[in-house]
Unconditional design. Structure first.
Length: 475
């Protein structure tokens, strides 16, 4: 189950004693498992302010678990990318998640900020008694980093049967001016799976780092290491910190309802305004469901230039696109980070993703520019058909169901004028919801919690299924 919510706040005063809510969303969790919560977007911060942003299952932010600190050093370069990820163990119940902001430190600006972004919530159920998510929260300060490999955290993943594992590291790195640090995901023998670079030019900026990789693993216990190596800078100071989350999501090989696939890429931008193909990835979708595409990475770039990412997704010749941009905000910065996630509704068939990149500006002398990153596709099937009998009854859609998303009244329009014999609404677990009032025009769904549902319409011994999303009213 996945949820995606957009938010936008403009000129909000956040120099307050407690954090301010940008967004609050409650979702219905059908069983025990885990929720991966994430916010990302762009914010505008006034000069000499540090605005802290974070996602939480509590209406206050949890200090230093990777919370994003966005800072502006002048009045020109005031826009900043932010992202923050947390993992929570949940039970069967309603759970609320928050996007939060606060002018916590460095209050020498106006205390006013604006933000536009998205919250993503992904629920991963436990499979019987076997955990599907393993995670560690990291909060390390102080720590001495030097040119030897330093373990930040270890993660043990126990598999009762073979499967694919998606390893994820999201966090923020703090260090000293002119330090260069590598953050890596390692195997137990210290061989490198993924690596990200961080270059610090001033002490108040915490660089955003995200790494993802997938592995096919046999049953057994597997150990992974998140490590740091300072390749340049002060080798004796303990004035270094790392805040974030290190987690693994398990996809059993015998379960076609949840699938994942990833690819890492490296490329070079050599000309301005020349869009290049960075990477491609394809997945065979076994049934109707939801896919999220995550694109993350870093690019060598200088001030006044901008790097644009365009992601093109195609499912059975139906194409959608989304984009992201990144740039530096300080004259001495040499690396910028990009991160973008998008959810798609898909049908069975091919799902192809192509990632393009383009350097613009032509004033920052960024070329040639090294680009590297990851693309992750994750598929979750819709539990629409619950039996062979239902599958055999499925027919071409004859009714129009709207609006979608819906808050109160779900309308059903039947162009053929056929009588409706039965309306049934099920949640994503297949449970029938019997407390809905049928009206002359459709169904009153105002009592449903926010989430995804399946409506079955029976007419003349034939059944068709419609997926709809129940949302809460916005005020």
């Amino acid at each position: 189950m996945m949820w995606q919510y957009d938010f936008e706040v403009r000129e909000v005063y956040v120099r307050t004693d407690t954090s301010c809510q940008i967004l609050k969303k409650t979702i219905q969790i059908p069983s025990s498992g885990y929720v991966i919560a994430r916010i990302e977007g762009l914010c505008e911060v006034s000069k000499n302010d540090v605005i802290t942003l974070g996602v939480s299952n509590y209406n206050q932010w949890s200090a230093n678990f990777g919370n994003v600190g966005c800072v502006s050093f002048d009045s020109i370069y005031t826009k900043h990318h932010f992202q923050h990820t947390m993992v929570y163990k949940v039970d069967k119940n309603d759970h609320t998640f928050y996007a939060l902001a606060q002018n916590w430190t460095d209050r020498n600006g106006t205390g006013i900020f604006s933000a536009k972004g998205q919250m993503f919530l992904e629920f991963i159920p436990d499979e019987q008694e076997e955990p599907m998510v393993f995670f560690k929260r990291i909060n390390i300060y102080p720590i001495v980093l030097n040119d030897t490999v330093k373990t930040l955290e270890t993660l043990q993943v126990s598999l009762q049967k073979p499967g694919k594992v998606l390893l994820s590291a999201d966090g923020r790195l703090y260090s000293n001016p002119n330090d260069e640090i590598e953050i890596s995901i390692l195997l137990s023998d210290f061989s490198t799976l993924r690596k990200a670079d961080s270059y610090h030019v001033h002490h108040k900026k915490l660089n955003i780092l995200s790494m993802y990789t997938t592995l096919d693993l046999p049953a057994g216990v597997h150990t992974f290491i998140l490590a740091a190596t300072k390749t340049k800078g002060n080798q004796t100071t303990a004035n270094n910190a790392y805040y974030g989350t290190f987690y693994a999501t398990v996809f059993p090989e015998d379960n076609q309802d949840v699938l994942t696939k990833s690819v890492s890429f490296e490329n070079v931008a050599s000309q301005y305004d020349d869009e290049n193909l960075l990477s491609e990835l394809s997945m065979d979708i076994p049934s109707k469901g939801t896919v999220y595409v995550l694109t993350t990475g870093q690019v060598d770039i200088r001030l006044n230039d901008q790097f644009d990412i365009r992601v093109k997704a195609d499912n059975n010749n139906f194409t959608e696109e989304f984009s992201a941009s990144c740039q530096t905000t300080h004259i001495d910065e040499e690396i910028a980070y990009f991160n973008r996630k998008q959810i798609f509704e898909v049908e069975a068939g091919k799902f192809d993703v192509a990632i393009y990149g383009q350097m613009t500006g032509n004033t920052g002398n960024s070329l040639p520019s090294d680009i590297k990153g990851d693309v992750v596709i994750t598929f979750v099937a819709d539990p629409v058909i619950s039996s062979v009998k239902e599958a055999s009854e499925q027919t071409a859609l004859r009714n129009v169901v709207y609006p979608n998303p819906v808050t109160n009244q779900l309308y059903i329009r039947n162009p053929e004028g056929l009588n409706i014999d039965e309306l049934i609404v099920k949640d994503t677990r297949g449970m029938v919801l019997s407390n809905l009032n049928q009206t002359a025009e459709g169904l009153d769904v105002s009592s449903l919690p926010e989430g995804m549902y399946i409506l079955s319409i029976r007419q003349e011994n034939k059944v068709e299924y419609h997926k709809f999303f129940k949302s809460t009213p916005s005020f």
